[in-house]
Design a protein around this ligand. Structure first.
Ligand code: 5GP
Ligand code: MG
Length: 189
């Protein structure tokens, strides 16, 4: 059964039951990662061994590209949360892999693929604050200002988008599409 097929000449892909078209090409994502990495470098260069804490699965590709542009000594770890089913949030956040590091007194940068309603990030920030870190900030590849409903400041935002559902560069549609190097948006609505 073919669930993901590419028609690269038209810049479209079919994933499960839907068609997606390129919205943000890889080169543009790279420039946005470069900008956000420069801001992180400026703010964290003189802090003691910051910890980059990625939120799986979606952030793995952003984390990989971001950390290659970081110019200070740092550590890396991941937690795993799930709140989405299909193309809409369930509103309930599940912790699938919890925090394994001692973050007391540490400077933590949470690395997210996308902050949408803010439900997941609020849940994670509350749980991290209980571990008494020196500081925690959020660095997200995508931010949806029209959909964000929380008060947690999202300090580093590589790209802002509307309320559309996107896939690629780590982000999935029912587990497929994470391997695409560009960002795609639903084309058939
Ligand atoms: P929130 O809790 O902020 O509503 O949603 C956070 C999570 O939902 C993100 O980390 C991501 O996994 C998923 N999500 C939100 N918007 C999108 C989207 O446009 N595309 C994909 N693939 N996932 C999304
Ligand atoms: Mg996520």
């Amino acid at each position: 059964m073919e669930n993901l097929s590419c028609e690269s000449d038209k810049g479209t892909v079919r994933i499960h039951d839907r068609s997606f078209r390129v919205m943000i090409p890889a080169a543009e994502i790279d420039r946005a990662v470069e900008r956000v990495a420069a801001a992180v470098n400026r703010d964290y260069r003189d802090k003691q061994t910051p910890l980059f804490l990625g939120v799986l699965n979606g952030s793995f590709m952003f984390m990989s590209d971001l950390i290659k542009k970081v110019d200070f000594n740092c550590e890396l770890s991941f937690v795993k949360l799930a709140s989405y089913s299909g193309t809409s949030t369930t509103g309930k956040v599940q912790e699938l892999i919890g925090l394994k590091n001692n973050i007391e007194g540490r400077h933590v940068v949470v690395v997210e693929d996308i902050v949408d309603t803010g439900e997941s990030i609020e849940h994670l920030m509350r749980s991290l604050e209980g571990h008494r870190p020196a500081s925690v900030e959020v660095c997200t590849l995508f931010f949806k200002p029209g959909s964000y409903r929380k008060q947690i400041p999202i300090k580093y935002r590589a790209l802002e988008i509307g309320n559309e559902f996107i896939v690629g560069y780590g982000l999935d549609y029912n587990q497929l599409g994470r391997n695409l190097k560009d960002i795609y948006v639903v084309a058939d609505e």
